[in-house]
Design a binder for this molecule. Structure first.
Ligand code: NAD
Length: 286
């Protein structure tokens, strides 16, 4: 229950990799979710994908097997978020698109409603510049998959207000996540470090120095990376990774963030990783 005794509701924008994962986490913790996407094909498959991820999360012990499951509603426009207690935007990593959607969300919800961006790399204050009520905007960088990884990055922009930060605390307590608050800036902490490393891993393969499998085996076996950087690229989605690398490159000038030719080719060929069935590795049906 919220402070005024009303059961909280979550609205999630974007039914892609992260929107589906965040929705799974929330409904699995009993929170009703309205999931909004402009792509009707994504909405058509969303219910089955959430059901599937919930089953996986239960099998892995990542979500409680007992207790209520939140209701899932699907919608195609921002007006469906009108009653939300919290809103999480997890749409494509393009600043212009995000600014437009945050404007639509701000026009639909009650003033003071927490609006989160799950951006991997765009500075929160850059978005705050272009959206109404910037005091209600916070960056919360959920990790993938959100129901499995408990720790996440919270980005307080210079214009974020105290009530919004308190609302983030309430949301994370409800979802049983642990937030670490960091300063604003391109890629925050995790993407600033991880995305550049994945890009270098792709460059090493492109230069012919090692195979995909050997790069991952070395990073796992020698350096303790849990899955290897290139398998991680497949999990993230290589299209999203490239979008984030461009954001980092454009805003920092760091040539190490210029997307590797190998990553660009994979995107052009439609080999985006797990979500398309092929990236650096091959995958069965989703
Ligand atoms: P994705 O490409 O899998 O999904 C994006 C979704 O947004 C698509 O379904 C698309 O139809 C939808 N969309 C686009 N415009 C929209 C609009 N105007 N309104 C509603 N929906 C819209 O992307 P993703 O990997 O889920 O990433 C989403 C966000 O989360 C990005 O900002 C990304 O950087 C961030 N993120 C991704 C990961 C990851 O591992 N993939 C991890 C953390 C954060």
């Amino acid at each position: 229950m919220t402070g005024n005794g009303v059961a909280p509701q979550l609205a999630v924008f974007g039914a892609g990799v992260m929107g589906i994962g965040i929705t799974t986490l929330a409904v699995g913790r009993g929170v009703p979710v309205t999931l909004v996407d402009v792509d009707s094909a994504r909405l058509d498959e969303a219910r089955a994908r959430v059901r599937n991820e919930l089953r996986l999360a239960h099998m892995m012990g990542a979500l409680p097997r007992t207790g209520p499951i939140g209701e899932l509603r699907l919608a195609a426009s921002a007006s469906a978020a009108a009653d939300a207690t919290w809103v999480i935007e997890a749409i494509t990593e393009v600043a212009e698109l995000k600014a437009k959607v945050h404007g639509d969300i701000a026009g639909a919800v009650a003033p003071g409603t927490l609006r989160i961006t799950n951006t991997s790399s765009i500075p929160v204050d850059e978005l705050a510049d272009r959206v109404p009520a910037p005091e209600d905007l916070v960056g919360v960088h959920f990790m993938n998959p959100p129901y499995l990884i408990r720790t996440l990055e919270v980005i307080r922009g210079p214009r974020t207000g105290d009530p919004a930060m308190s609302a983030v605390d309430a949301l994370l307590a409800t979802l049983d996540r642990k937030g670490i608050v960091v300063g604003d800036g391109p890629g925050f902490v995790t993407s600033r470090v991880l995305h550049r490393m994945i890009n270098d891993a792709a460059n090493v393969v492109e230069e012919g120095r090692a195979t995909v499998e050997d790069v991952d085996a070395l990073m796992e076996g020698c350096l303790g990376h849990p899955t290897g950087p290139l398998r991680t690229a497949d999990l993230i989605g290589i299209d999203n990774l490239v979008d984030s690398l461009w954001v980092l490159h454009e805003r920092t000038g760091d040539e190490g963030c210029r997307p590797s030719e190998l990553l660009l080719r994979k995107v052009a060929e439609g080999n985006h990783g797990r979500k398309t069935g092929r990236g650096f590795y091959e995958y069965g049906a989703r």
